[in-house]
Design a protein around this ligand. Sequence first.
Ligand SMILES: CCC/C=C/C(=O)SCCNC(=O)CCNC(=O)[C@H](O)C(C)(C)COP(=O)([O-])OP(=O)([O-])OC[C@H]1O[C@@H](n2cnc3c(N)ncnc32)[C@H](O)[C@@H]1OP(=O)([O-])[O-]
Ligand SMILES: NC(=O)C1=CN([C@@H]2O[C@H](COP(=O)(O)OP(=O)(O)OC[C@H]3O[C@@H](n4cnc5c(N)ncnc54)[C@H](OP(=O)(O)O)[C@@H]3O)[C@@H](O)[C@H]2O)C=CC1
Length: 296
Amino acid sequence: MARDYGRSSAFRPGLLAGKAALVTGGGTGIGLAIARELLTLGCDVSIVSRSAVKLDAALDALRRDGACVGRARAQPCNVRSEADVRGAVAGALEAFGRLDFLVNNGGGQFISPAADLSANGFRAVVETNLLGTFLACREAFTQYMREHGGAIVNITMVNRNGFPRMAHSGAARAGVLNLARSLATEWASSGVRINCVAPGIVYTPSGFENYGAMGEPFLNAVTPAVPCKRLGTAEEVASAVVWLLSEGAAYVTGQELSVDGGLSLVGYPFPLADTGEHSAFPVYGDAAVLPPAARL
Ligand SMILES: CCC/C=C/C(=O)SCCNC(=O)CCNC(=O)[C@H](O)C(C)(C)COP(=O)([O-])OP(=O)([O-])OC[C@H]1O[C@@H](n2cnc3c(N)ncnc32)[C@H](O)[C@@H]1OP(=O)([O-])[O-]
Ligand SMILES: NC(=O)C1=CN([C@@H]2O[C@H](COP(=O)(O)OP(=O)(O)OC[C@H]3O[C@@H](n4cnc5c(N)ncnc54)[C@H](OP(=O)(O)O)[C@@H]3O)[C@@H](O)[C@H]2O)C=CC1
């Protein structure tokens, strides 16, 4: 039985007082947990995403939450739209007068075999996760961080060995990590750090609703493969994000931190059976020496 650490912050109260952050996808799931943690530590937070309904509900919950010390505001923004992103950064600056932190969390994908992906479906996922992250980084930098410094965290995924059935997203997030490495170097002279957090399988009702009937069987199949033998929580991701934003990570830039209960060590988020048994690979050499079970 897992011990429950509860919901209070692992960080010292007031750690981020006087700072301001922008969190994309901050109305639900992991983004909402990040916003809550930042607010609890005294940071002012702008949350942005496409749906005004989700943002309003989140803002209401955050403002009612007695632990949230910082000021919260929301602004609709589709990160695929250059104009929206420019406006979101400008709105955050107008409201709080500064932008110390950017968290590129808004994103997602759908489950599909690569062969069935349309160009538009692939483009939608790449635009959401990679282009959206680039636009938000560029606007945060040009509108504020170039002159004042800052810290950026991008949410990626555990994709070191690819991400079958989510090839579009695996590719986009690999691009996000490489982008972070480039920007970490280009923007170091402005005092800007940029890192990534790669969640393993983190249960968020909002996120897994997205997969409909495929969600639950996936979760049931993948949980035993995680060395920690459980799914992660949004708060566990938020905690890593806050550390990377904080002064405690002052010497860390261009890195990716997996928050995955060890999943990346065993390397394969989808159960192997998902790709089906087959004997499609011809053998070079003496097939007869292979044990029968290794031959298929
Ligand atoms: C699992 C563990 C790891 C990860 C966990 C998480 O991330 S949890 C977090 C999970 N949370 C999220 O993922 C939340 C955010 N995710 C999203 O909003 C969507 O997944 C999105 C990013 C695709 C944008 O969608 P949108 O509707 O705004 O996009 P659009 O209108 O621009 O359409 C462009 C193309 O995409 C196609 N298409 C779209 N859906 C599907 C589908 N289910 N099936 C097939 N195709 C689909 C659509 O048909 C069209 O192609 P067509 O027909 O013209 O050739
Ligand atoms: N949960 C998990 O196991 C994992 C999650 N991740 C990633 O973590 C992030 C958060 O996921 P999670 O909280 O679980 O799921 P959610 O579906 O709750 O979060 C996705 C958020 O992104 C926002 N969003 C989606 N598209 C856009 C867009 N075009 N412009 C602006 N905002 C957008 C959504 O809000 P709205 O609909 O209002 O736009 C929503 O708030 C996502 O990037 C996800 O892919 C990565 C690995 C594993």
